[in-house]
Design a protein. Structure first.
Lengths: 398, 394
């Protein structure tokens, strides 16, 4: 039984899927997005890594191996996709800073620096060296954020601790949404006589109102303030996801939560519908085309058996290093594990290679040879391929 | 999926409305899969904070690994209920069905008492919160309705649920009229409370008794060719999920396979070209608060699809916030503060849309949101009826 017919169904609610779905909805197509759960994007730092292997993202992309899927995205599409992303975030009062010309650094919770391209405005003032004079604010009892790590690596830093009455990032962020709490906190902060040039916070400055909270602190203390991304629950990741999904909905897209695809209806060379096991009876959704953006292993798009790797929705042919011994290196922390290449190989139109279906398009980290960690191809890659796959899908449907 | 599939990613925690505002609650990850490892022995459960979970199921909707934290917690709540004496509030709300039956029988009196200062004081003494007005009992319940006449070939057995039966039978009557206007034959099968309030208050045995009665009745109707249509999303979730799951009712699968949300059912009939309603213009701007349990049904938002077809109607969909009441959860003194704070957030999101009224499938969401905002709150079926020109006889 299928009730509603869509033009396109996007599977996966990460940055790639949400970008593809929102763009297609903007083109006046009937779009539904189905997702097994919330995406790993919620756990991310919220930073948009385009290609972090060199100081300049475009340079980095040019230097990627020939078979890397980033080469399937034209520079114009990449530029347009990121510009649209920035506009969307600014419109929803969650502005991003940075440019495609140059990468930048953000300070991590252990005092190291991460290379990225676009950052939430709350991380705009993040230091670019370990020399800068920084005062850290932490919260009494806050788990997963230890100023000691930062102090040991930053030469000119000190810290103070505020008792927010709760000891979780979620709880503190919810408190910052409360104006009375913010005011009490600001008065305390003013009494600390901070001498350093910048003030750093773990990323807990509110959920919906982070821009407002940041501005309030900056104007009262008269110096730059920035957030340091934390372990999950990660507020910047959650803010990013919330804005992207609201944007999709405002464009008319429909989202089905907790809708893991368990079955597929086919006819000829076309996928006709995807099915989930709802409470009671199977529930299926029809569409003319499907965009697969289910992510890699952590996201749940790929699953490794002992002998081979499977793509979980359509059982598409998967590329992986042939010899299982080449999946992993000896060093656990290596960025270069062979398994990072696993994924779906696609043609110029982002259609899976060697698959019998002609109405599936693939984007995001499930693409073969992405090597997200090694190349620093994160949300930026997802947004760009999401846009490119959506465009190619639209052309096919015309 | 078992608790062992949890990868500790904390996405459930980010989605937990209670965790946001109630520091005593350790969140779905800790209360569910994390603590589950320690619950295997025969020791008595001492974690009273499991009762702070409101069973909104948002954690289950968000989990990328298919773990069901709320389900784990629900089972611990039942175990806690078996091992500890029940508070007066828990006892009363578990037996809400009998209480409401009594309330409706004595409606003029019961409503007056509940609204007085002394009435409120007594409720307060029993641990019951009175920050929003108690719903008014209706003297003429839906269950007392005369048999309706058969018209077409389609046969529907309407599971109306306690809220409509005892408090808003007028909505129930409109729904029946609407179905009849599509030449559908509607009957009201013998039914009792779905059992969810009993489950929510740690009374597994009572919930099972209710479920068995309902299944025995509904099963006969299914055999006779009826589709079951429910309108309360929480009743629906209980019928579809809990009867098969925690309550382990034989034949529950049959009920689940043949039960439909009202709006899902209308969309199905439209898709099958059995009905083709002509929606007339309704000039309203509404904020559609999606009940948590509608999300949990995994059927999308069918009422939103229907309302989209109504010319002139402007509907903003809001599914990020729980109203905080969660059935009888917020009516307990211990949960009052959390319920108020969550409700205030939901109301502020609604106000941001600039809508003039609220629409929500769930009676208790409407109660909470209109109580806190003083805005009107409608059932989506009321909006459909308005558009279709269906009114109750005076």
């Amino acid at each position: 039984m299928s009730v509603i017919e869509y033009d396109v169904i996007v599977i996966g609610a990460g940055a790639a899927g949400l970008t593809a779905a929102a763009w297609l909805a903007e083109q006046k197509l009937r779009v539904a997005l189905v997702t097994a759960g919330e995406p790993t994007a919620c756990l991310s730092t919220g930073c948009i890594d385009v290609c972090s292997r060199s100081d300049q993202p475009l340079h980095g992309i040019a230097g990627l191996p020939d078979e890397h899927p980033f080469h399937r995205v034209s520079p114009e599409t990449l530029k347009q996709a990121l510009e649209d992303f920035r506009r969307m975030m600014a419109d929803m009062d969650m502005p991003y800073e940075g440019t495609l010309e140059e990468n930048r650094l953000v300070l991590s919770a252990i005092g190291t620096f991460k290379t990225t391209c676009l950052v939430p405005a709350t991380m705009h003032a993040s230091p670019q060296s370990d020399e800068e004079k920084i005062h850290l604010i932490t919260f009494t009892g806050l788990k997963d954020f230890y100023p000691g790590y930062l102090l040991s690596r930053l030469r000119n830093a000190s810290f103070s601790s505020y008792d927010a009455g709760v000891s979780t990032t979620m709880g503190i962020a919810a408190h910052f949404e409360d104006r009375a709490f913010l005011e009490t906190f600001l008065l305390w902060l003013e009494r600390q006589n901070i001498r350093e040039d910048k003030i750093a916070f773990p990323a807990v400055l509110g959920l919906e109102s982070s821009s407002f909270v940041l501005n309030q602190i900056e104007s009262r203390l008269e110096r730059p303030v920035f957030e340091i991304p934390t372990l999950p629950p990660s507020m910047p990741g959650r803010r990013l996801f919330n804005v992207m999904k609201d944007h999709l909905r405002r464009r008319g897209g429909v989202i089905y939560w907790n809708w893991p695809v368990v079955g597929v209806e086919k006819s000829g060379r076309q996928i006709e519908a995807v099915t989930t096991e709802a409470q009671g009876r199977p529930n299926s959704l029809n569409a003319r085309a499907f965009i697969l953006a289910t992510g890699s292993f952590v996201g749940g798009g790929l699953y490794a058996n002992r002998d081979r790797i499977v793509e979980k929705v359509f059982n598409l042919p998967v590329f992986a290093p042939e010899n299982r011994d080449d999946w992993f290196e000896q060093d656990y922390f290596s960025m270069n594990h062979g398994i990072g290449q696993a994924g779906i190989p696609v043609d110029e139109a982002f259609c899976p290679q060697g698959s019998p279906w002609n109405n599936i398009f693939v984007c995001g980290s499930i693409l073969a040879r992405t090597e997200t960690l090694k190349n620093g191809c994160g949300h930026g890659f997802a947004i760009a391929t999401g846009r490119a796959a959506a465009r190619s899908c639209l052309e096919r449907l015309k | 999926m078992t608790f062992e599939h949890c990868i500790r990613c904390t996405i459930c925690v980010e989605n937990c409305p209670v965790f946001r505002v109630q520091p005593e609650f350790p969140g779905p990850k800790q209360a569910g899969p994390d603590a589950q490892r320690f619950r295997i022995g025969r020791e008595k459960s001492i974690d009273d904070w499991v009762l702070l979970c409101s069973q909104c199921k948002r954690c289950e909707m968000a989990c990328p690994c298919g773990v069901e934290p709320a389900q784990i917690i629900l089972r611990v709540q039942q175990r806690y209920g078996m091992e500890h004496p029940h508070s007066p509030a828990h006892l009363l709300f578990a037996n809400n069905y009998y209480l409401s039956a009594l309330g409706s029988m004595t409606a003029p009196l019961a409503n007056r008492i509940a609204a007085t200062k002394i009435g409120k004081k007594i409720l307060g003494q029993m641990g019951i919160a009175t920050y929003i007005p108690f719903p008014k009992f209706s003297f003429k319940t839906l269950s007392g309705e005369k048999k309706t006449r058969s018209r077409g070939n389609r046969k529907v057995a309407f599971f109306y649920g306690c809220f409509i039966n005892f408090y808003r039978p007028d909505i129930g009557r409109k729904i029946i009229r609407m179905l009849q206007s599509f030449q559908i034959n509607v009957v009201l099968p013998p039914q009792v409370c779905c059992g969810l309030p009993a489950l929510g208050n740690g009374n597994l045995a009572l919930a099972r008794t209710f479920a068995q009665k309902n299944v025995a009745s509904l099963s006969n109707y299914i055999d006779a060719g009826y589709d079951i249509v429910y309108t309360c999303t929480s009743c629906g979730l209980c019928l579809l999920q809990d009867y098969q799951g925690i309550l382990e009712i034989p034949e529950a699968k049959k009920i689940a396979e043949n039960s439909y949300d009202l709006h899902e059912y209308l969309l199905k009939l439209i898709a099958e070209r059995e009905i083709s309603p002509v929606f007339r213009e309704v000039n309203r701007s509404l904020a559609y608060h999606i009940p948590c349990h509608l999300r949990a049904l995994k059927i999308g938002y069918p009422a939103a699809d229907l309302m989209k077809r109504i010319p002139g109607l402007d509907v903003a969909i809001l599914d990020d916030a729980c109203c905080g009441l969660s059935g009888s959860y917020g009516f307990k003194k211990t949960n009052e503060a959390a319920a108020c704070e969550l409700g205030a957030r939901a109301v502020s999101l609604i106000r941001k849309t600039g809508a003039e009224a609220i629409v929500a499938d769930c009676g208790s969401c409407r109660m909470q949101l209109s109580g806190l905002s003083t805005m009107d709150a409608f059932d989506p079926a009321e909006i459909l009826c308005e558009s279709l020109g269906i009114r109750n006889k005076k």
